[in-house]
Design a protein around this ligand. Structure first.
Ligand SMILES: [Fe+2]
Ligand SMILES: [Fe+2]
Length: 471
């Protein structure tokens, strides 16, 4: 049975402005048939509804039988009665009519921004829950000397994994700490879990297709990812099962758990670590981390390998790797993925002793260091770039006209120019530009010849509204 009710857009705006949440349960289109709001989106921002209003839509249907409804600021569902709707009169004819849907021009990019903002809000909720969880885990370890609630971790990670699976480009919706370094370890655990899981999903789907081809034998000339100079290495093909991904993600989330047993003074030291201090930091993986897993009777080998070997070498004779004696070819693929996600997040985050590096530079560096020397790493890094895009969110790029722009979303990418051609901050809020749009001007394309700046360099140039998104 449907339960469809008509609400004025102003009434919905008022609810959201007061901290409430609205879900229509029914798609909202404009007069041109363009989807303005997906039925399943939880609307938390008045801006989303204002854009619908700007499209000339005065009333929206909410279908509670299709999971539509209203929630207050505490997340409790509430019942809202439609306000009395004024009858609309056509001014020219003076006749009673229905709500007018004027033929307004809509902006595709603006609509994508709404989508991103809403998804970001949903991702933020999961991020906050996971952050609460890892805070509690680390706090419990400190209090009890090692014990924590593994079931709670499992349920939070599983929620994050299903969110990551459902999104085409989930990485775009997650937060990176570029300009601040509060709560580093908590954010790092979540980021490595997010980036690693997205990479793993991508790696898996590429591999599945590849294996499928090979099994069916319908493409005898297909090159396999391990092939080097025309010769195929003796490697077996594999994919990870869904349950494995769940366990591997758990490992990503807990990879640095052993750090809780390393003194803060050593972890956050600004200068160079002494040999003794560096040896102490190393113990977080193969010693403290493993100890904590054993204390909590966590026997999962995916989790154990990640915790123990996420600093092991990816290449023969790679330096500054541990534990000693672990050969690069004995490190499982999922652990290698963890190490790459770990390096990416550590480099792109601000720490008390270092600034964040621009994500594009990090991707380039990872490719230069690893991809050319090992075909498997090349394959993993391709999965990585497919997950985060060549221009990851948060990057700063030059446009061909000399403007600096902030990458809002890697898909496209969608960028917001924030300076003029002389690198002076623009006072007015700029419209986002979809670089992939067919009508894009040559001057608006990304200038790949100019070296990109680090986020720190441009932080002072960012206008306040972008600092808010970026921080
Ligand atoms: Fe680590
Ligand atoms: Fe780490």
């Amino acid at each position: 049975m449907t339960n469809l009710r008509k609400f004025s857009i102003d009434q919905l705006i008022k609810i959201v402005e007061q901290g409430g949440v609205v879900k229509t349960g029914i798609d909202v289109y404009n007069s041109k048939g363009m989807l303005l709001l997906d039925k399943d989106i939880l609307v938390r921002k008045a801006k989303t509804l204002n854009i619908i209003k700007e499209n000339g839509i005065k009333h929206v249907m909410v279908d509670t039988s299709q999971n539509g409804g209203f929630w207050n600021e505490n997340g409790d569902q509430i019942i809202v009665k439609p306000e009395k709707i004024a009858i609309f009169f056509d001014e020219e004819s003076g006749e009673k009519g229905t709500t007018p849907y004027p033929d307004t021009v809509t902006n595709d990019v603006e609509m994508r921004l709404i989508e991103i903002e809403e998804m970001k809000a949903q991702a933020q909720e999961k991020y906050d829950n996971a952050k609460g969880c890892i805070k509690k885990v680390l706090g419990d370890i400190e209090k009890t000397g090692g014990e924590f609630d593994f079931n709670a971790v499992e349920s939070h990670v599983s929620e994050m994994v299903s969110f990551l699976e459902s999104e085409e480009n989930p990485f775009s919706y997650l937060t990176q700490e570029i300009f601040s370094y509060d709560d580093y370890l908590y954010n790092h655990s979540i980021n490595v879990c997010t980036i690693g899981t997205a990479m793993l999903n991508r790696f898996n789907s590429h591999f599945s297709k590849h294996v499928d081809h090979l099994i069916k034998g319908n493409s005898p000339d297909i090159h396999d990812p391990f092939e080097t100079n025309g010769r195929t290495k003796d490697q077996s093909y594999f994919c990870y099962y869904k349950e494995d991904i769940q366990d591997i993600s758990l490992g990503f989330f807990l990879h640095d758990i052993g750090k809780v047993l390393v003194a803060d003074a050593v972890l956050n030291k600004e200068g160079k670590l002494s040999d003794r201090e560096y040896a102490e930091v190393q113990r977080h993986s193969f010693e403290y981390g493993v100890e904590l897993l054993e204390k909590n009777r966590i026997k999962n080998s995916f989790v154990r390998n990640i915790v123990e070997y996420h600093h092991a070498p990816l290449l023969k004779d790679e330096e500054r790797c541990y534990p000693r004696g672990r050969e690069f070819n004995k490190v499982p693929v999922y652990t290698k993925i963890c190490k790459l996600a770990d390096i990416y997040d550590a480099m792109t985050s601000k720490r008390c002793y270092k600034e964040a590096v621009n994500p594009i530079n990090v991707v380039t560096r990872l490719f230069r260091t690893y991809a050319k020397k090992d075909s498997m790493l090349q394959f993993i890094l391709h999965s990585f770039v497919k997950s985060i895009g060549i221009y990851p969110p948060g990057s700063i790029v030059y446009l061909r006209n000399g403007q600096l722009a902030y990458v809002l979303e890697s898909r496209g990418p969608i960028v917001i120019p924030f300076t003029d051609a002389h690198e002076l901050t623009l006072n007015s809020k700029q419209d986002p530009v979809d670089i992939n749009a067919p009508d894009i001007k040559d001057s608006q394309l990304i200038d790949n010849r100019r070296s990109v700046k680090s986020p720190k360099d441009v932080f002072n140039l960012l206008p306040p509204y972008l600092r808010k998104i970026a921080a």
